[in-house]
Design a protein around this ligand. Sequence first.
Ligand code: FE2
Length: 451
Amino acid sequence: MAILSMSQAPLNAITDTRVRDSFRLVPLSTQTLEGDSEDEVLELLDHPTPLHPLTQPSASASLPPKPPLPRSSGKKEHQRAGKKAKRARKRQLEDQGDPGAGKMRSRLSKKYATPFAVTIKFNAISLRAAKSAFVGARQRIREHHDRQWHLQELFDRGFDLIPWDGKTTHAIVDSEERIVSILAGRPHDPTWDDVVADATSALHEAGLLADVPKNNRQHSRGDYPTIAVGVSYGNGQMVPGNLKHTAHNETVVAALLANKSIQRIAGFANSALKFYAPKLFRFYADHVNPLFNHYPQLRRNFINSIFPAATFNCGPRVVDLEHVDSTNVPYGLCPIWAGGQFDPRLGGHLILFEFKLVIEFPPGSTVLIPSGTVRHGNVPIQQGETRYSFTQYCPGSLVRWVQYGYQSAKACSAEGKAKLIGKPEDYWKWAIGLFSKLSELQQDRTQVFKS
Ligand SMILES: [Fe+2]
């Protein structure tokens, strides 16, 4: 079994390993972003393009009412909400016109200059992309393509376990110090459990209400209904466009996009990307925003997220089989949020196959992984438990479309491609450099956001 190094972990990181049952654990130390992460860290507030047309409150009128959630009240809470809104308005003004221009909040950027880290024996340069480097390589899952992996099988193959609490933020760092995954956690917010319950309820309702075709209920990732929404290109589309839904499903999708809890989850993931992968965030912004500007008819999923596409996995038992989302940007980081009610010590773990890691992934938490190149899946949950998930991503085909001058790869001449992106192998090396190195993270933030 590989032994992970915690040498990158600063401050009060625990440096030994514990043994639970028969396998080795990689212990994590305690660090939580204080304040409301998506509020205090950073937000993307630029939204020059229209939102989904049905993301108005009235869109959910046809849905059954949700059970009321406990609400905080009182003068203090009112004042807090007022201050929060004031900060949001201020940032909106700051960031208007350029979502990458948002300033790093200096207090947090100094305090959390270096996240705790788990170092793996893997070099990101080995991630497998397609020859053009715009999408991941298609990988045939030879083993367990039709059944779930269990913990003991993974331990028998030398996987290490990260017993993550779902709250403390940690970076998974490759052999050259690149942050190749982020265990972002959750905002330090006493109401977050309400957010989780509400988002879970929304996903459950969507799964019941949506008319999901069979191939989106039983698919290569598992047996549960999925609803994809946002901008895509390919599969017969001549130009990038918003995914189409039936009129009925459009209403269901609109309700999900308009759900405040889901919007908060989307924003938290966006903040984590901006904070722990600033160069990558900038790269997304430099391609996604021009795309939306170029095609004013395109609609963003969320005003507080750079990701142009998302998938709602509507449960009630979302347990992914081993797979890779090879159409995503291969050097990107895609957020995954888990909801539902399950014991994360017993199931629902995130498996990262190339990294030989299995990570406890509690409900309510967010991780960001290179889903376009790293095979991933989940350990099954227990009988009677539930699990839902919500992912965001950027299709590599959109980046390619923009880089080739708003045209298809076919339409772009070989000379044009060479001029625009150079040799694919050189491009790949450059693209891997978009992952920040741990020791350069603060410097990257400063350079990207000029904070
Ligand atoms: Fe995936």
